[in-house]
Structure formats: C-alpha cells, structure tokens
Design a binder for this molecule. Structure first.
Ligand code: ADP
Ligand code: MG
Length: 320
C-alpha cells in the first residue's frame, strides 16, 4: 500500500508546488473563506496550509488519508463541482513526507492524525480552531531519488507563489496569504470583483493597460482581459487562463493567444492575460492528468477560433 501510494505520489506530487496546489484546492473545496499558506526550504522543509472551511469529522479523518477515499463524488463522476475527486492527494503526500492534519468541524471535537512515509497514526484529540491545518514536513524524505530532481529552494518557492497566484484569481472571495521563511510573501484581500483580484495578482496597472474580452461562439464563452502590446513581457508566466473556473496551462490556448498577438508583438514578447473560458463541461476534459493542467476540448478548432478572433477584434476596436 505504501509503495502504491509512493508510485501515485510520483504522478500527483512532482514538486512542493504540487503539494500546495492539492492542499489549497482541498481548502477551497471545504468552503474556506481564508487560506493561509506558509513554507520554508522551498516547501521541501515545510508546507503548512490552514483554512477556516468545514473541517473533517473525526470519524472520517483516517479515510481522508486512505487511497481513493473521497467525500466528493456525491453527485457522481459526471457532476463534479469540486476541484478534487480522486482521493489521491493526501495518501500520496503521506507516502513521501511527514504529514499531519488537524481539523475541527463546527459540531465536532478537534482531532489530529499523522502519516510518516506511509505509516498512519491513530486519530487523537488535538487543539484546533474550526477548519483544517495540514502540515507537510520533509517532503520526499522517503523518496530520495525524487529529491534530486528539485531545482533549488528559490525556484521551488517561486513555483509555489505562482500556483497560489493562479488559484487566487479563480477564487476572489477567498483571502489568501503566503508567508514563511521562503519570503515569497503574498496577501490577497477578499473581493467580490474578479477584476480587482486580477489587479491584486497582476498589478494595479494591468486593467488600464488591457482590453476587455467578452465573446461567445456556439455556447463557448470567453471573458477577461489581455494586455495591450506595450504591456507585454519577456516570458509567458503572466498568462492566467481558466477553463470553467479551473486554472489551466494548455498548449492549444497558449498557441491561440500567441496567434492572436502575432501581428502586434515581436516573437520574443508575450501578452499578459487573465482569460476565463466557460463551456458545457461535457465538451471539455480538464482532468486529463491528475497533476497537469492540460485540457482536452471536444472541438479545439472552435476554441482556438474564439480566442484568436475575439482578441484580434478587441485589439482592433481599441485601436492597438
Ligand atoms: P480529494 O480532494 O480528491 O477528495 P484528497 O486526498 O485531496 O482527495 O482529500 C481526501 C479527503 O479529505 C477529501 O475528499 C475531503 O473529504 C478531506 N479533506 C482534505 N482536505 C480537507 C480540508 N482542508 N478541509 C476539509 N476536508 C478535507
Ligand atoms: Mg484533493
């Protein structure tokens, strides 16, 4: 069982940022309004994610760290409203680190469980506020080969900050903080306006240096903002793209954005974007791979055409 979980961990947990992604998504799924992330050693020494969400009932805590146990398939696999549903993250993390979870539901007693290199402790009473705190120490200590692939603390810490920014844009009503000795400090106050969160993440000057996109083709909708050419960047790291509310990094979409800007940007420049694509969930698979952010569209040509067409039109209408 530990070995199966370590193998699964190799798929789901590539680096500290993948742990942060999974834990933050769990906090979002739990209805948190406040998510606090702290890291040290680029997340390899410590990742701690605290939330004020619904918590885990004492009698479900052991299941939560067991393989393929998820509380999130109530409506069936075809109606997934949560970010997670595979029940793989916590057991995978527990197989390759020292994991501890403290949690308290509104009605229940606070409880704690720990997992060390796959060995699960009994559930014990704990002190905890309402919500859940997950601590991951010594990530990959149990799989030294994986440790060798890490790029160094600074690179891992900036990958963590990147993942927090990406998720934060998707959930503007949630307060996010990132702190800790890695000193990649972020703080995003809750807001009910998506553009305000976008500006918190991409910079207060982004909105005024962008054009608005709002277009629809055959029930596929594209909204958001793309930068004007003068606000471009030397890399594509500031391209934030969401499909049905989930952050994605997808070649087709990136290629379409590049195509839309081909006439107005030099080849080595990249637009800054915050783009939100929404379409019938049956026409897109956002879960091609548990850890990757790729998506597969039923009609890639339609999506590409919408992105290229609407961006070009918006730039032309703005006279840029
Ligand atoms: P999944 O998210 O795919 O269900 P995970 O391994 O990430 O699988 O989590 C397992 C289960 O643990 C979840 O289904 C949920 O019931 C519970 N859980 C994990 N993190 C939290 C959290 N922060 N708050 C409340 N419940 C949580
Ligand atoms: Mg999960």
């Amino acid at each position: 069982e530990t070995m199966i979980n370590q193998i699964a961990a190799g798929e789901v947990i590539e680096r500290p940022a993948s742990v942060v992604k999974e834990l933050v998504e769990n906090a979002v799924d739990a209805g948190a309004t406040r998510i606090e992330i702290a890291t040290s050693g680029g997340g390899l020494t410590l990742i701690r994610v605290s939330d004020d969400g619904g918590g885990i009932p004492a009698d479900e805590l052991e299941m939560a760290v067991s393989r393929h146990c998820t509380s999130k398939l109530a409506n069936g696999i075809d109606d997934i409203r949560t970010l997670g549903f595979r029940g793989e993250a916590l057991p995978s993390i527990g197989a390759v680190s020292r994991l501890s979870i403290r949690s308290r539901t509104a009605a229940g007693e606070p409880v704690e469980i720990s997992v060390e290199g796959g060995r699960v402790s009994p559930v014990r009473p704990a002190g905890a506020n309402r919500g859940t705190t997950v601590e991951v120490r010594d990530l990959f200590y149990a799989t030294p080969a994986r440790l060798k692939f890490m790029k160094g603390e600074r690179a891992e810490a900036s990958a963590i900050a990147d993942i927090v920014r990406r998720i934060a844009i998707a959930f503007p009503a949630v307060r996010f903080t990132l702190s800790g000795s890695d000193r990649m400090t972020l703080e995003f106050a809750p807001t009910d306006e998506r553009l305000r969160r976008v500006a918190q993440v991409l910079g207060a000057e982004f909105p005024e240096n962008s054009v608005e996109i709002d277009a629809e083709r055959e029930n596929v909708r594209l909204e958001g903002h793309v930068s004007v050419p003068s606000y471009s960047r030397a890399n594509a790291l500031q391209q934030y793209v969401y499909v049905n509310g989930r952050p994605v990094r997808d070649k087709l979409i990136a290629g379409a954005i590049r195509g839309a800007f081909a006439d107005v940007l030099a080849r080595d420049r990249h637009a800054v974007t915050a783009l939100f694509l929404s379409l019938d969930p049956a026409l897109v698979d956002v879960n091609v791979h548990p850890a990757k952010a790729d998506v597969r569209f039923r009609d890639p040509g339609l999506v590409r055409g919408l992105i290229v067409g609407s961006i070009k039109e918006a730039l032309a209408a703005a006279g840029v």
